[in-house]
Every structure is written in C-alpha cells, then in structure tokens.
Design a protein around this ligand. Sequence first.
Ligand code: GTP
Length: 370
Amino acid sequence: MFDGLKDKLGSFTEDAEEDVEVEDSEPDDPEAEVPEEDLDSEVQPDADVQAEPPVDGEPAATEETDEEAEPTDDGRGFRERAKLLATGKTVVDEDDLEDHLEELEFALLGSDVEMEVAQEILDGVEKNLVGETRRRLSSTGNLVRDALRESLYDVISVGQFEFDERVTESEKPVVIIFTGVNGVGKTTTIAKLSHYFEERGLSTVLANGDTFRAGANEQLEQHADNLGKKIISHEQGSDPAAVIYDAVEYADANDVDVVLGDTAGRLHTNEGLMDQLEKIDRVIDPDMTLFVDEAVAGQDAVNRATEFNDAAEIDGSILTKADADQQGGAAISVAYVTGKPILFLGTGQDYDDIERFEPDRIVNELLGDE
Ligand SMILES: Nc1nc2c(ncn2[C@@H]2O[C@H](COP(=O)(O)OP(=O)(O)OP(=O)(O)O)[C@@H](O)[C@H]2O)c(=O)[nH]1
C-alpha cells in the first residue's frame, strides 16, 4: 500500500536529514526554560545553553568558546539562540531547506497529492523545522522525519472522530447511506462493513437503494447470502428512499442495530440521481452519509469527493482498493479537501479486507516507522 509514495518520502527525509543538524534540547520540558537573568547576563553562557545551533550544516559545537556569545551567521544573537534551544525550538536556515522542500513537493505532486494539500504539507514541514516545534506525536529522534510526520498527520487527520463509538452510542437503528460513482467498490464495502459490525456485536440489514442499475439487487443479494444477512430491495426503477425507509422499519421492528443503504452509482452532475440523494436525506435523515471511491483514482477521487460533498453533504469517506494504490495521493488529500475524515480503507476483495483509517498509523507506515 502506497509503496511509491513511501519510497519518495524516504528519499526526502534521508537527503534532508544529511543537511540538517539537530540540537539536543528538551522541547517539552518546562524546566528547560532559561532564567531571564541568565539571558541578560553578558558573561560566559551556562553549559546547558551553550551549544551552537546548526549553521549551514556544520555540526553543533560541543566545546565552550568565546564565540558562543557572538551573533551567528543567521543573525540570531546568543540570547535568542539560547532561548530557542532551551525551549526546544530548532534553528534551521530556511535556505538550507529550499532544495529539499522542492524535492518533497515533487514527491507529493508526483504521487497525486492535491496541490493545495501538498502546499499545506510543505508549509507544515517548514514551520516545524524553522521555528516552533509542535510535538504531538512521539519523537523518532530524526528532526526531518518528525517534522514531516507532524505535517502529514495534520492534513490527513482532519475531521477524525471515533466511528465505532459514534455508532455504538447512537440511538438504534443507525442509518448509514453510501454514495459515489459506479464500480468503485461501494457494494462490496457495504458487505465488508456488515461483517465489520457483526464482529463488534452489532446486527445489520442491507438496503438496496440502487434501483437504477439492472443487476444491482442480485449483486447485493449475493453478498447478503454469503454473510447470512437480511436484505430489503424493491424492483428496478422504484424509489430508493422507499427501499431505505422499509429497511429502517424492518430494523425498528426486529431490533437491528445498523441499516446499510446502497445507492445508485452516479456522477454529481446527474441531476435526477442527485435529487434522489436529496430525497433520501429529507425522508430518512440518515445518521451518516459516506462517500466511497477508489484510492487508485487519485486526483479524480479527490475531485469527486469535493463535488459529492458540495451536492449532498457527506460525513466521511471510504477509500477502496488501497491495496492496489502505489501513490497514496487520495488518502493524503481527501480529508483536508473535503473537511470530512477518511474513515476506512478497503484493502482487498475479502469481507475482512477493510480497516479503520488511523492517521497516526498511516503516517508511521508512510515514513517506515512501523
Ligand atoms: N483489490 C480490491 N478490490 C476491491 C476492493 N473493494 C472492492 N473491490 C472490487 O472492485 C470491484 C467493484 O466493486 P463493486 O462493489 O461491485 O463496486 P460498486 O461501486 O458497487 O459498483 P456499482 O454497483 O457498479 O456501483 C469488485 O470486483 C470488487 O471485488 C478493495 O478494497 N480492494
């Protein structure tokens, strides 16, 4: 999964790390604050704060010298540097990073990361390296990799919520509607989630709201048969809102926990079908509407997620076929662009080939930290 992107990010961190020296400071230690009187003093700096910040890739000084009280090449006086080091801020010349950030930009854009998202990641890396550290993830001891992890995490974790808890704690039945274009794995994903819920002790009923496509009933029925699940369907051409309504009534009457409602694959420009989604929203008022697309579709998936979210607001996305995706561009971009979280990744064709999208785990995997 995402192997091409992993390789590119690996090259970036390796190359950049060679040019970036790391000061050994304790970012989170409030004790590390330099007392104001030490900073005001013109006398020889205290041993705790004397280390030379990295300048043009030179190794940090370890010996006490008179020069340490002088302003550095980067124009920062000792007083400022001492404060930066003591508070865990890193002093890295932005110019040193320029080439590497360009390399990172190529890597991201070449992996189909959306342009605005790539820029946000670059800005984040730069901010994390040049200026204040914002450690929220545990450190790997590698400054560049940590900066990238934080920055990637910030964009891919947008909107995350505890999916399992939300479903468990909601009034039953919980109604989840799935939208997206044709052939991306929507129906298979519904079957996988039915299995996922069963493993967590939640019962499901499947509703075939795809009344548009010939063969849709048979396809979902096959999955329901395989999984031993109840399916509610009407004949082709009937009102999908009515099918899902019936499924909700069935769930109510039979204490079923979750209704999983398929809908016809459509383009956001297809007015008739988008009106159907609007009607489902109005009549059923689902607890969640999830957008399903293929990770392998890259930018197309990102654009469609935005368009669907604009046309019929979504609560989150599911990216299928992540197992076949080298690039990772959609997985990195969709949450940031839509403002709604990626909730699951499809990772194969079996019913248990679905996993929660856990930003910290994904970032670790992308950076080879697992
Ligand atoms: N490798 C892989 N294949 C998947 C995954 N999810 C679905 N598929 C396959 O993708 C194909 C299309 O899946 P469907 O579930 O039929 O797609 P759909 O979106 O429901 O299609 P329509 O019913 O035409 O809208 C099937 O062959 C699935 O087995 C996945 O996560 N990984």
